[in-house]
Design a protein around this ligand. Structure first.
Ligand code: GDP
Ligand code: MG
Length: 177
């Protein structure tokens, strides 16, 4: 076990939360495998994917957890949140209701995780500017009110996906040192 600890200095658990179909699974597959799937349905039972990121010359292993569609039934379990050091709260910029749900996701997060959890508000699908339903300003305002990082992403064209995860990983890292 000691050997393992030496090899993996840092292991950060990060959870993806947000309404169904906002693009959580595609953000993860874009980040971890540089893949996008138009028909991604919650079929695969994979709980998380790991990605190694180098920060300050240190290998940081990010373990990103994705729901298997439980969010549809509002039944994301406490095991999902357990030990999480970071969270991406994802909404779809073309669907206002998914933005309105963020407050509920924040509440759920706060009941399961420590207040020090690194939190990033993510407005996904920014490639769909023509049917935007949530302004950048609204996203920024909510983020300021709730003290969250904020970014808009597109899992489809890759915009800011790497950056979104890296900001959270860096924040967790800096909270530790
Ligand atoms: P999840 O339920 O939150 O995991 O959402 P999915 O990743 O399964 O994505 C739901 C739907 O939105 C799928 O049809 C995806 O192809 C689509 N989608 C996901 N991300 C994007 C994006 O950045 N842009 C666009 N245009 N579609 C996306
Ligand atoms: Mg999914």
């Amino acid at each position: 076990e000691e050997e393992e600890e030496e090899e993996e200095e840092y292991l950060f658990k990060i959870v993806l939360i947000g309404d169904s179909a906002v693009g959580k699974s595609n953000l993860l597959s874009r980040f971890a495998r540089n893949e996008f799937d138009n028909n991604s349905k919650a079929t695969i039972g994979v709980e998380f994917q790991t990605q190694v990121v180098e920060i300050d010359g240190k290998q940081v292993k990010a373990q990103i957890w994705d729901t298997a569609g439980q969010e549809r039934f509002r039944a994301v379990t406490s095991a999902y949140y357990r030990g999480a050091l970071g969270a991406l709260l994802v909404y779809d910029i073309t669907r206002r209701s998914s933005f309105d749900s963020i407050q509920r996701w924040l509440q759920e997060l706060s009941t399961h995780c420590d207040i020090s959890v690194a939190r990033m508000l993510v407005g996904n699908k920014c490639d769909l500017e023509n049917i935007r339903d949530v302004s950048v300003k609204d996203g920024k305002c909510l983020a300021e009110e709730e003290r969250l990082f904020f970014i808009e992403t597109s899992a489809l064209d890759s915009t800011n996906v790497q950056t979104a995860f890296e900001i959270v990983i860096r924040e967790i890292y800096s909270n530790m040192s």
